[in-house]
Design a protein around this ligand. Structure first.
Ligand code: G6P
Length: 371
């Protein structure tokens, strides 16, 4: 009812607006602060430094949007902590007899902690004697109870089927974990760590700032209600967020969309670009910036209309694209947390404009507890 939605038209909008708090609570839970004296402390994790030093490989296993945060996690863990990471869909992992050697850590990410495939993947890893870590939002859920170690996200209850705040807190949990592992494995200098911590702390306010842009995004979204196909492109962590941006749009607006690693465009999607096709390009990675600009030029030459999400200061993007949303400066590992906000708002307003059931899209469930 209206009271539960706290004055917002939909749970999804309310939950998007709860993101600054959810992110801040996950960064630094009051009962167990994670940032102490310029260091990342994860007491709840219950893993010793020795255990963390022994990790040779990480599997991140999840479903849906949680899987997408895992894709981000791969880039962050490998880049920062220099540990090889494989990301897997739980429904694939559980049936393919994965190679689980000593020194492997299996991380299961799940908002509900009850997703059948994710729970089965956890049980499979445990049965094979492999250490498991759950990143879970619901305290006391099956995955939280059964995993050897748990790290909680503090998004609070999420009602809308399309996840927003839980997704955002999962990203934070992964950053914290990767930073903690990097600290112990000494793959990041103390100075770099300090800068990263400062950047982390700024995220809630920066998210707030991006949410304040909603009218502009609504206006833009209203032009795309009749779109048939939308493509999301990015490189590095921007590819990971393209997957999530695309899922958000298609699940609640029923517009077909696809995410592509921008370098793969010419091996597929580019043949589908026609006059007026919307392409959402995310370019927050400075080292990949020029490559992304050429990808944008490629699709635009073929008639695409380009919406770009990029860092403040990248004014060159204005020339190359048709509509630009700027995100404030942050560490290159953390840009997903900011770039997702305009993409969530865009999906929400397309769905709203089309008159879809935003909070309860057809055929989808919030939590899939059967196979
Ligand atoms: C369902 C939801 C998705 C969610 C996925 C995994 O399909 O609709 O939004 O990402 O399950 O859920 P979990 O609770 O494991 O994160």
């Amino acid at each position: 009812n209206a009271a539960e939605k706290g004055g917002y038209e939909h749970f999804m909008l309310k939950e998007m607006y709860e993101q600054p708090k959810a992110v801040s609570d996950t960064l630094n839970p009051k009962h167990d602060p994670h940032i102490v004296d310029g260091k990342i402390v994860l007491n709840e994790l219950g893993m010793t430094d020795e255990e963390i030093l022994k990790i040779k490989k990480i599997y991140i296993v999840a479903c849906g949007s949680a899987y997408h945060t895992g894709v981000t996690g791969k880039y962050v863990f490998e880049g920062m902590a220099r540990i090889p990471v494989e990301v897997d869909l739980a429904s694939e992992f559980r049936y393919r007899n994965p190679i689980l050697d000593e020194g492997t850590l299996v991380i299961i990410i799940s908002q509900s902690g009850e997703t059948a495939d994710s729970l089965a993947a956890l049980r499979e890893a445990k049965a094979r004697g492999i250490k498991t870590l759950g990143i879970v939002n619901v305290v006391g859920s099956s995955i939280a109870r059964e995993a050897d170690n748990v790290m909680y996200t503090w998004a609070g209850p999420e009602i809308a089927v399309a996840t927003t705040k839980a997704y955002s807190t999962q990203l934070i949990a992964l950053y914290l974990l990767a930073m903690r592992f990097s600290q112990i494995r000494k793959t990041v200098s103390e100075e770099e760590m300090e800068v990263m911590i400062q950047d982390l702390k700024r995220l809630p306010d920066q998210i707030e700032l991006l949410l304040a842009n909603k009218e502009k995004i609504q206006k833009f979204a209203n032009r795309y209600l009749a779109a048939k196909d939308v493509f999301f492109i990015g490189r590095g962590v921007d590819f990971a967020i393209s997957l999530e941006g695309s899922l958000k749009l298609k699940e609640i607006s029923y517009i077909h969309s696809e995410a592509y690693a921008a370098g793969e465009l010419k091996h597929g999607t580019i043949s589908l670009i026609e006059e007026g096709t919307l392409v959402a390009a995310v370019l927050t990675q400075e080292d990949l910036y020029k490559k992304m600009i050429s990808n944008i030029v490629e699709v635009r030459t073929r008639g695409a209309f380009v919406m770009a999400v990029t860092n403040e200061g990248n004014i060159e993007v204005e020339k190359a694209s048709d509509y630009v949303v700027y995100i404030p400066q942050t560490n290159s590992y953390f840009t997903n947390s900011l770039a997702i906000i305009p993409l969530q708002l865009f999906s929400y307003y397309v769905s709203l404009g089309k008159g879809c059931d935003v909070d309860k899209p057809r055929n989808l469930a919030k939590s899939v507890t059967v196979e």
